[in-house]
Design a binder for this molecule. Structure first.
Ligand code: ADA
Length: 552
């Protein structure tokens, strides 16, 4: 499934996944053997491949001709894409989409091969052995589109409220493959149109801007998430030849003192951190599983999800837009040490993912904040420079949302001057036995008295405790469901009763698989801090969290 709505009514589009492809592992016990596997998918879910780390070649065939735009929504984690034996794209990172155009392809049957590689090496600065799993495979849809010599690449809508009504800045990017006659572009949003007559398009990408005002539109709010369609159309004379449809909502996010405002109303976050992870699907959750997770999140009384620790599948974001769930969307990076941040590929790879994330997810009204560099070296000067550069980049791409990072550096963080919101991951009652209330108070006061984070909104982006599903202990010891429920009760109460805390994200929605390499001390090779286990079975703490979220 590509999106939850139609993205083209003129351009011809076809999903190439959603069926069986050929799969051939290139190393290991089954090297060179052919298998038929479902796509999208992760090879860890094919019998015998649960621990396979290596390369795998996926192959399919299709009929088409002309200029073919091939988009991979996610290949985990490094991809080489070949069309009829020629490399057309190479890409690093599992969690963002990439495209390639093959020009003037003759009519007939064509072969598409995607070589996915999930190995760790010096070349991979962001996918490293970690407290989550880097799966292998074509994990998100692959889409085939037929385009002309010019086509729409993105349409960004930035709504704003001034002088009693809504307006929107509009930005459209057009890609032009060769010299061409001027074309006309029309952009329609919520019934209003902008015209760009006789646009002369230079070769490559050109960006076109305009503004519209609206009289009678409904705002996007969590309790009434009204969405509008935006459509851009390119035409030659009277003949439309390309279009791009996206959705947006009329909402603004502002920071006022210690509050984050959505359409002028202070946000009170009651959220969960969620990995894209499922024992049957790896990171390639099908629609029903994503929608099922959101149904549980809403049933829990939560109003927000943190996409820890990478950009999520667009379908999940579509569902959040439709259901009014606020999203902290995060760039890919978790717990990188100073040494890992000094990897020569780190800067380029992190910046590339930020650019792809913002360009692709810009219009989702549910995304109210961007996060970067979870728990990296924000206590070092070198790290600070990396945070600074990435915040600068984010702000150059999007000025309509605040940004933040989740710190674990207790009283040694030196970066709080950089984000719009100060965010902390804390684990009182789990990694240490301090009372949650005292710990939070102490930390908050330190931020106010000693750091440049003073006066900024303050969020708890992680808190939680481990609990193994089904483990009830007479003594309610650590790892038992009772201990987890008790710890969460105290932690949630402490955060939600703090007068200056914007909210809480619980670590985490459900138990997840972690990478085997280098990660000791995690029972079951899982992170067991889920409110649900990996099969989405509620633990004892589920009702505790639900009760506290519903009463606040
Ligand atoms: C960190 C980290 C999470 C997870 C968590 C834990 O704060 O951001 O990815 O590892 O700790 O379970 O300890």
């Amino acid at each position: 499934m590509i999106r939850t709505f139609t993205t083209h009514r003129i351009r011809k589009q076809e999903e190439l996944t959603g069926k069986l492809w050929q799969f051939c592992p290139l190393q290991g016990e089954f090297a060179g053997k052919q298998f038929q596997v479902p796509t999208p998918g992760c090879w860890e879910n094919y019998p015998g491949f649960g621990l396979y780390r290596g390369e795998g070649r996926y192959t399919t065939q299709f009929q088409a001709e002309g200029n073919l735009l091939i988009t991979c929504k996610g290949v985990s984690h490094t991809a080489t894409v070949l069309l009829d034996g020629q490399i057309i794209a190479e890409h690093y990172n599992a969690y963002t989409a990439f495209s390639a155009v093959a020009r003037a392809v003759p009519g007939g049957l064509h072969t598409l091969e995607i070589i996915a590689d999930n190995r760790f090496s010096e070349k991979s600065a962001l996918h490293v052995p970690n407290d989550y799993m880097s799966y292998g495979g074509v994990s998100r849809p692959v889409v085939l589109e037929q385009v002309g010599t010019s086509y729409l690449e993105y349409l960004h809508i930035t709504p704003f409220f001034r002088d009693g009504h809504w307006h929107a800045q509009v930005e459209a990017a057009v890609q032009n493959l060769c010299e061409m006659e001027p074309v006309d572009m029309r952009i329609t949003l919520a019934g209003q149109s902008l015209r760009f007559p006789r646009l002369s398009l230079p070769r490559g990408r050109s960006v076109h801007r305009g503004e519209l005002s609206f009289e009678e539109v409904q705002p996007w709010l969590p309790e009434s998430p009204v969405l509008y369609e935006a459509q851009a159309v390119l035409q030659k004379g009277e003949q439309p030849y390309d279009d791009l449809i996206d959705r947006f909502g009329f909402r603004e996010v502002d920071i006022e003192g210690r509050q984050i405002l959505l359409n002028g109303k202070p946000l009170r976050i009651k959220g969960v951190c969620r990995h894209e992870d499922h024992p049957q699907f790896g990171c390639a959750l099908p629609f029903a599983a994503m929608a099922g997770d959101l149904a549980l999140i809403r049933h829990l009384g939560a109003n927000s999800v943190r996409t820890a620790h990478y950009p999520n599948d667009e379908v999940f974001l579509d569902l959040c837009d439709e259901q009014g769930i606020l999203v902290w969307e995060e760039n890919h990076a978790r717990g990188l040490s100073l040494e890992q941040m000094q990897n020569p590929h780190f800067e380029r790879q992190a910046e590339q993912v930020i650019k792809e994330m913002v360009e692709l997810h810009y219009n989702h009204p549910s995304i109210y904040i961007w996060g970067i560099l979870n728990e990296c070296a924000s206590d070092t000067e070198y790290g600070k420079e990396c945070y600074r550069q990435q915040f600068d980049l984010l702000r150059s791409l999007d000025t309509s949302r605040p940004c933040s990072f989740a710190s674990c550096k207790f009283k040694s963080d030196i970066c709080f001057g950089l984000p719009d919101v100060v965010s902390y991951n804390i684990y009182p009652l789990w990694y240490h036995d301090t009372s949650a209330k005292e710990y939070l108070k102490d930390l908050y006061n330190w931020v106010q008295e000693e750091t440049e984070g003073q006066g900024k909104p303050f969020l708890i982006t992680e808190i939680g405790a481990g609990g193994i599903y089904g483990h009830r202990s007479t003594y309610a010891t650590k790892w038992s469901e009772q201990y987890q429920a008790k710890a969460l009760k105290e932690q949630i109460r402490a955060v939600l009763s703090h007068p200056d805390c914007t909210g809480i994200y619980i670590w985490q929605f459900c138990d997840i698989r972690i990478s085997e390499e280098g990660w000791f001390g995690r029972p079951r090779t899982m992170n067991n801090k889920g409110i649900l286990d990996e099969y989405r079975r509620p633990k004892l703490c589920y009702e505790v969290v639900k009760e506290l979220f519903e009463e606040q």
